[in-house]
Design a protein around this ligand. Sequence first.
Ligand SMILES: [Zn+2]
Ligand SMILES: [Zn+2]
Length: 216
Amino acid sequence: MFDYAGAIHFHSSYSYDARVPLPQILEKAAAAGLQFAIVTDHFRMDARVDGLEGYHDKLLLIVGEEISPRYNHYIALGLQKPVVVWKSEANAQGVIDEVNRQGGFGFISHPDHAGAPLIGSRSYPWIEWGVHGYAGIGLWDLSSDWNSSLSSIWQTFLALRHPAHVLKGPLEKTLARWDDLAQKGHCVAIGEIDNHAHRRSFFGMEREIFPFEFAF
Ligand SMILES: [Zn+2]
Ligand SMILES: [Zn+2]
């Protein structure tokens, strides 16, 4: 058995809602001592098209995709080409089947995503639980965890000042889901960061959530 340190699920400037170019992200991943990084831009795998997939010195970049309609976000790996669906797509089983058909595999991403109503951040939960054929689920993700702490102006202030201190770890609800799924069959749990390095304005000051050096 081997241990490898890495990060799964983040967005580079190839995604419409993220802004840091991938080469800069890779520098930060290497500086943090990561051995692998799995980029999952929304509906795109341009990082592969641009020849970035593979080893960068000791850091392995793997190019996956986040298939992200309104609900049921799915982290897909081992694809031959991006799976593209409409934002309104509700056929989660069709998405899972298409990933498997390409010889890939995938994970139900941030299943209990709750968003942050206070800052206008929407929720993106998984809502189709009758599906099969996925490899596992995201048990925890950094961005959802942090967002869920923004319950008041005071909490938001605290979360901006001490981002690591407001994190709580996996939700009971998600742990219970995993327990249940793992008793019925094989279900791998992953941790995700879902980092976008968004810039947002809080109390009139622009802040970056999170810089990649923090997230990694
Ligand atoms: Zn997502
Ligand atoms: Zn994402």
